[in-house]
Design a protein around this ligand. Structure first.
Ligand SMILES: [Zn+2]
Length: 457
């Protein structure tokens, strides 16, 4: 028999070990793993390469429709393909209208038609005033829900995403629990961060360090604690997004040890850039929660290695370049990082700090896929989608603006020398990117939707 594709001679990251072996694919699925598999229509020689499950980036903002000038499905998913990200879960905010009901979800499906280079799963939004719409999002296949405890959305912009009040947060969790879904949470104390920011600006403070100081560690920890406490009473499984502090992670670990269903993520940028570098790079490295100092970053690495952080995401949150102009308070808070998760984390975690390949694959692919029940994703194993990132280790390159597939060639990593490269990306058995030919124009991506278990009123 002949397979569609065999990837030969690569160091393949399986769930429990990384071994030099071959992987065979038919009809987009992994069907055999081992030596001497036989014939295939297409053969990729991956000698000297690491064959990783394609990244499942569980935190990406695409901004289409409504703010397509910020990013968009065409450019965003091409950047994912080039970066070894074969699927991502898209956030319900930055696009207009925000994804908070059936109607807005359908607008998104329409907007993405024919534009996806990788697979996309979806978060539905929990905002004030959409408690009675959560169920329709579930029926239409969102993987999970997302809310903000920090201030979010522009005043005066219709249909922008807004942060929850305490009541909608709590009541929303009760509803989400009944659907057996997860609520992902941006955890920072809204009022304290806002007011500290105003005080700092009134005092004429404008620097990166001033901005970091206006969102101190305790504002993250307090929101994490509050979320965990209310989730326990509501009986809802929660996930804390983009933790920037080891103290925040410790809250999650404590609750988990006490038996509560809670997980957390951090982002590539918290491991790759510290506060000093933020000062040098400028506002392209502004995000919330903010980048923190080296000592904080070192301890965050310890938490990552210890398995206390479930996975790493990009929190890719681009905007037009003119919104990044200004000072550390006035510039848009979001980092474009989707294209450089895999290479930077491989360099920083595996090459520089000795992380096992199996742990690396869990952090970028298996754990997010498992948490959000993306059953076909995240593992190199028989029956799973044939999604791969082929990584060339010890192949440093310096990222240039023109390397980026984003709508705007803006990234805090421009000029950074990254010690490894994604040289090919495979989505359900099709090569969607390779270094020689670039990202294919075939748009083979699709939405990954989940069937609702039951209707909840
Ligand atoms: Zn985000």
């Amino acid at each position: 028999m002949s397979y569609d594709l065999i990837i030969k001679n690569g160091k393949v990251i399986l769930d429990t070990e990384a071994v030099v072996t071959d992987v065979a694919v038919t009809n987009g699925k992994i069907v055999a793993i081992g030596a001497d598999l036989g014939e295939a229509k297409e053969v990729i020689d991956a000698s000297g390469l690491v064959v990783s499950p394609g990244m499942v980036d569980a935190h990406v903002h695409i901004s289409e429709p409504g703010r397509t000038e910020w990013e968009g499905y065409e450019t965003g998913t091409k950047a994912a393909a080039k970066g070894g990200v074969t699927s991502f879960i898209e956030m319900p905010l930055n696009q207009l209208p925000a994804t908070i009901d059936r109607e807005s979800l359908n607008l998104k499906f329409d907007a993405a038609k024919g534009k996806l280079s990788v697979d996309v799963a979806l978060f539905g939004g929990l905002v004030p005033h959409n408690l009675d719409r959560l169920n329709e999002l579930n029926e239409d296949g969102v993987a999970a829900y997302k809310c903000f405890l920090a201030t979010c959305g522009f005043d005066g912009v219709d249909n922008d995403f807004r942060n929850v009040d305490d009541y909608s947060f709590f009541a929303g969790m009760q509803k989400i629990a009944k659907m057996d879904k997860i609520l992902a949470i941006h955890a920072e104390n809204a009022l304290i961060c806002d007011e500290l920011g105003k005080v700092a600006q009134a005092e004429g403070k404008t620097s990166a360090k001033d901005y970091v100081a206006s969102r101190p560690v305790f504002t993250e920890v307090e929101a994490v604690r509050r979320a965990i406490y209310l989730a326990k009473i509501a009986g809802c499984q929660i996930h804390i997004c983009h933790l920037s502090t080891p103290e925040g992670v410790e809250e999650v670990t404590r609750a988990r040890n006490e038996g509560q269903k809670v997980t957390c993520e951090s982002c590539t940028h918290y491991f790759a850039i510290d506060e000093e570098q933020f000062e040098t790079i400028g506002t392209t490295a502004k995000c919330a929660p903010p980048l923190r100092d080296k000592a904080n970053q070192d301890r965050l690495w310890e938490k990552l290695f210890a398995g206390e952080i479930d996975f790493v995401t990009s929190d890719h949150s681009p905007c037009p370049p003119d919104m990044k102009i200004g000072n550390a308070f006035t510039a848009w808070g979001g980092i474009s990082g989707l294209q450089n998760n895999v290479d930077i984390m491989f360099d920083e975690a595996v090459q520089k700090r000795g992380m096992e390949l199996t742990q690396f694959a869990k952090l970028i692919a298996s754990n997010p896929a498992d948490l959000y029940k993306l059953a076909d994703k995240g593992h190199i194993a028989i029956g799973k989608d044939a999604d791969f990132a082929l990584i060339q280790p010890n192949a440093p390159y310096t990222l240039a603006a023109e390397d980026l597939e984003y709508r705007h060639k803006v990234s805090p990593y421009i000029g950074r020398t990254i010690g490894a490269q994604v040289v090919a990306t495979v989505l359900r058995g099709s090569v969607i990117y390779d270094k020689e030919n670039g990202v294919r124009d075939t748009h083979e991506g699709a939405f990954v939707l989940q069937n609702a278990k039951e209707t909840v009123q």
